[in-house]
Design a protein around this ligand. Structure first.
Ligand code: ADP
Ligand code: MG
Length: 463
């Protein structure tokens, strides 16, 4: 191999290993550290042949990225040594140091599959069930009530059932678990799952398209109505009035309504009192932040689910350090798994400590802002921030823009209108479309999953 790496170029002879080192050195200065490590680790020159350089990269992901984002820079640097060079072939080749990534993840397990929310026709994510919900002291009451609701649909003491709590604590999971359970036990029942925003948008569209009757019929026909994030029901009177009538129709005929929210009914700003009082008629349960023991149980459960094996000291450490919420715990687990797969290494305490430092996982909710998201996305895709927020509809801009929307939604739980505003005045339906597009694409698209998990890594090392 060593002989092959010595390349003759007419008058000059260069050691390609040294050339690559020099090239990397030059690139390193112009890139952020995270970016550099992510894309250039375990790369090398395999061969220089006349006007063609063959660069070895560890995986197809790096291949795509170098080709589409860094090609010009790499070419320019290499031409300092090989002026004849015109083309670069990025070739996936296992680096000498990297063991098979399968040591970490079994086949078919996406490394960063967390945000992928596959849904069935009722809009329910089939993996959000009671069986996959870990019960601890922080969610015991809400869980018990949810199970009772699923068993006794429409029973007066649980109707409506209102679950509230902070971001990423399992409200949506529990809400959908009720839906999935009823779907299993009563396949004929009509179940509707919708976010309050979707309800709002559908209502406005129905108004504009003169399809109000169909809209009313659909919602008022439900046996089980699951409304997620009711705090995002618009403050507009017509929408609230429509929800009021839907609520009354269902409630009067003992059909079940379940809602989630980030706060108690009376605390939702701009919600008409006749609604907030009704929301408290049945059962109100809150979910609190999980304690250490529950966090450990959840981590063990998630590892099992994903088929990932983490040593117990690693699990313990993560549970201790990542405290804020379960989405974050899960996200961190995915980051570790993705990292191990990307670099072909085993999860160790040392690695996890490093990643936690990097990700600032326990600082996320404090420092993250819409600005940080925009800047990080713009830098990641080498775009101008103004372009990213602008109106041009080029493919190269639309994807990053939709990723920005998705991140504001998943990481900050912004409402669609709020995201629209943060992106320089986009319509909330455009935002909803963007978020849904990415959410759908994430299912089964490993490259996109990794792209997002790397973006998040960057996000939390910046924030
Ligand atoms: P919320 O709606 O409260 O913001 P989610 O229901 O979306 O939070 O939960 C965030 C993530 O954490 C989801 O992937 C969910 O499956 C997971 N999760 C939350 N609580 C639990 C739990 N008790 N057991 C297992 N997974 C959970
Ligand atoms: Mg939710």
């Amino acid at each position: 191999m060593a002989e092959q790496q010595l390349v003759d170029q007419e008058s000059e002879t260069h050691d390609v290993g040294q050339v690559w080192k020099a090239t990397l050195g030059a690139l390193e200065v112009s890139l952020s550290k995270a970016n550099f490590t992510t894309w250039f680790k375990n790369t090398r020159i395999i061969q220089i042949d006349d006007d063609l350089a063959t660069v070895g990269v560890p995986n197809t992901f790096a291949q795509e990225w170098l080709r589409s984002k860094y090609h010009e820079q790499i070419l320019a640097q290499l031409r300092e040594f090989y002026p004849n060079l015109r083309r670069i072939d990025y070739h996936v080749a296992t680096a000498h140091t990297a063991p098979a990534p399968d040591a970490v993840l079994p086949h078919g397990t996406g490394p960063a599959s967390a945000p992928a929310e596959a849904t069935n026709e009722s809009g329910l994510n089939p993996s959000h069930t009671f069986a996959t919900f870990v019960v601890g002291s922080s969610n015991r009451l809400a869980h018990a009530a949810a199970a009772a609701v699923a068993k006794n649909l429409g029973a007066a003491q649980y109707n409506p059932f209102y679950i509230y709590g902070g971001v990423g604590l399992g409200k949506t999971h529990l809400l959908q678990a009720i839906g999935n359970e009823v779907r299993r036990t009563h396949p004929k029942k009509t179940i509707i799952y919708a976010s309050a925003e979707r309800f709002t948008t559908e209502f406005i569209e129905a108004l504009q398209g003169k399809k109000l009757e169909a809209f009313k019929k659909r919602y008022r026909n439900a046996d089980l109505l699951l409304i997620d994030d009711i705090q995002f029901l618009t403050s507009k009177e017509a929408t609230q009035e429509e929800f009021f009538h839907t609520f009354n129709t269902l409630h009067q005929t003992n059909r079940q309504i379940v809602m989630t929210s980030d706060t108690r009914p009376q605390m939702i700003p701009q919600l008409a009192p006749r609604l907030s009082s009704r929301f408290g008629w049945g059962m109100v349960a809150d979910i609190q932040s999980p304690d250490l023991e529950t966090r450990q149980a959840i981590l063990r459960h998630k590892c099992q689910e994903k088929g990932v094996v983490f040593p117990s000291d690693v699990l313990e450490y993560v549970a201790q350090r990542v405290q804020s919420n379960i989405r974050e715990l899960e996200g961190f687990l995915n980051t570790v798994a993705a990292h191990c797969q990307l670099y072909g290494i085993e999860p160790s305490l040392k690695l996890v400590q490093q990643l936690i430092e990097q990700a600032g996982a326990d600082r996320r909710n404090i420092h993250l802002s819409a600005d940080v998201i925009c800047d990080t996305v713009a830098e990641f895709y080498s775009l101008d921030r103004v372009e990213l927020l602008g109106k041009r509809r080029h493919k190269e801009l639309v994807h990053p823009r939709q990723i920005t929307m998705y991140l504001m939604r998943s990481e900050m739980s912004f409402s669609y209108p709020k995201i629209g505003k943060a992106l320089g005045g986009k319509d909330h339906t455009t935002v909803m479309h963007g978020v849904e597009k990415i959410t759908k694409e994430l299912v089964g698209n490993e490259a996109l999953q990794r792209e997002l998990s790397l973006l998040k890594e960057r996000l939390y090392s910046t924030a």
